[in-house]
Design a protein around this ligand. Sequence first.
Ligand SMILES: NC(=O)C1=CN([C@@H]2O[C@H](COP(=O)(O)OP(=O)(O)OC[C@H]3O[C@@H](n4cnc5c(N)ncnc54)[C@H](O)[C@@H]3O)[C@@H](O)[C@H]2O)C=CC1
Ligand SMILES: CC(=O)C(=O)O
Ligand SMILES: [Mg+2]
Length: 602
Amino acid sequence: MGAHPKDKRHPRFGHLPLATSGPQECALTGVALLRAPYLNKGSAFTPEERKEFKLHGLLPPNVQTLDEQVQRAYQQYSSRPNDLAKNTFMTSLKEQNVVLYYKLIEEHLKEMFSVIYTPTEGEAIANYSRLFRRPEGCFLNIEDQDRVDDNIAQWGNSEDIDLIVVSDGEQILGIGDQGVGGILISVAKLTIYTLCAGIHPSRTLPVVLDCGTNNEELQNDELYLGLRRPRVRGEEYDAFVDTFVQACRKNYPKAYIHFEDFGLPNARRILDKYTPKIACFNDDVQGTGCVTLAAIMAAINVSKVKYEDLRVLCFGAGTAGTGIADQIMDAIALETDKSKEEAGKQIWCVDKPGLLLKSKKDELTPAQLPFARDDAEWKDKNHNDLVSIIEEVKPHALIGTSTKPKSFTEEAIREMAKHVERPIILPLSNPTKLHEAHPDDLFKWTDGKALIATGSPFPPVEYNGTKYEVAECNNSTTFPGIGLGAILSRTRLMSPPLLVAATKALAAQAPALKDPKAGLLPDVTDVREISVKIAKAVIQASIKEGLNEEKEIPEDEEDLEEWIREQMWDAAYRPLKKVEHDGASSHAKGEQGTGSARRGGS
Ligand SMILES: NC(=O)C1=CN([C@@H]2O[C@H](COP(=O)(O)OP(=O)(O)OC[C@H]3O[C@@H](n4cnc5c(N)ncnc54)[C@H](O)[C@@H]3O)[C@@H](O)[C@H]2O)C=CC1
Ligand SMILES: CC(=O)C(=O)O
Ligand SMILES: [Mg+2]
């Protein structure tokens, strides 16, 4: 038990919008308290708490520390036979004791990250209706649009929610349409926010928009839990999304909305519609764009390629691919004197039919259009086959967001390595089995010269007796810090300068800047401090743009970092303070006590 780590400090800031330390108000007693995951301490309830909260006789007598609980939980976790069983164990643990859940992951972050996130979370999502035990999050149903406002309103008072992650389940990781199971990607992304950026876990809301599913396997599965109908499209769909957004704005006006894993026809459209109006973010477009650009920035620092010369080939020009292409185009324009249009000419995009060409513009999405090439450039040249395109373009960087496994063939990679000294190769498709290439092969085919980062985690690669770290290029390195900055500054909008600032802050942390054999991106174990730096950059950019609604933000850099750290939630037990029932437990999240985690409320 012991004191909460933050209680040992004397906060230097009189005004902190988010409370993460000090006593926690609790209106529950007895069995109800033990069943409240945000307040439950299990065997770690102190003798005084056991007395005050009527827990005598409900717990075995030995009072334990959080560390002892972690030890036991880790043994239980380790005894599970496979990763999916471990994932299910973790879900149950979270339903019992939120602090213990996060502390356990924190202690074994590297080992558990892939179990609670990609790739294992993908498996859990695909099996959602079979593994289902207890719902988590908010389920909105397109056939019940009139109830959306009520359904959203039941999660607290207007000050209670900082962050909403929403998915419509159409393009989950790389495994396509998972219908209502998409709730678990919202849940998983919020777990990453808490773990990696200390976002207060009880101040978040995971949402799924159930609009039907085109996944026939799910439609024919008698245990499927979602709407058993083809996906709704068009005006009805747009009205549903808008009803959801308006309900969020009305009930939680300060909450930042994160869109995740929407399908190709909708992801960019929705982002473009709401970006000028509210603080929102699409992780697949923007988070992936930022992290990939940061990896490229680190790689060109090693390979000494200049922005004005950089040639990039994006294989798979969907939501993530065009998001990445956009960020790279913006970076080239910013770092050179070129216009965006000129900068875009340094990026070639390939999709299923081959290279994107202007003559096919009617078949291209608006996000693909800026990257379509003049047909004249490709007259009498093969633009349908990756090897031929590589031969012609001679890219410095090759990025895979195609969901087509093994598409970066030996022939393609050897062709690339013929033309550039240090090929930058980023197979980003998730889950692991969909990666465009395996890092072992990439090192082999390029004689150890490739600069690599992958979408899911891989162990280090050994080549010619040297061990190389393979950086994970996943938006999980960026979105938590961006969200933390957005929430703490209460930015009105997530405008491009905020994303540029976040990318630069991440790129500056790349281990490869100090050691060319090290990873292109920081390791997940350092992620909380990385998030502080990213959040700081986002906050400063928000202030510079005049977008910050939070006005009491320290100016001094060190003070600002400390102010951010003070507001990050830690996995530690806080003392409980008994309060009378105040009605908040009628909220869907009422088990958290008073429903308010604000300093002013406790
Ligand atoms: N590492 C990371 O942080 C992230 C990775 N991803 C991964 O990227 C992949 C794509 O995700 P989204 O862009 O959201 O999906 P999407 O469906 O929007 O895009 C995929 C694109 O690849 C194209 N494609 C399919 N087969 C192809 C082929 N044989 N050759 C060329 N293009 C082909 C599709 O036509 C589509 O345009 C997924 O595996 C996803 O998990 C997505 C976001 C973040
Ligand atoms: C990482 C992620 O957001 C994806 O694969 O969709
Ligand atoms: Mg995603």
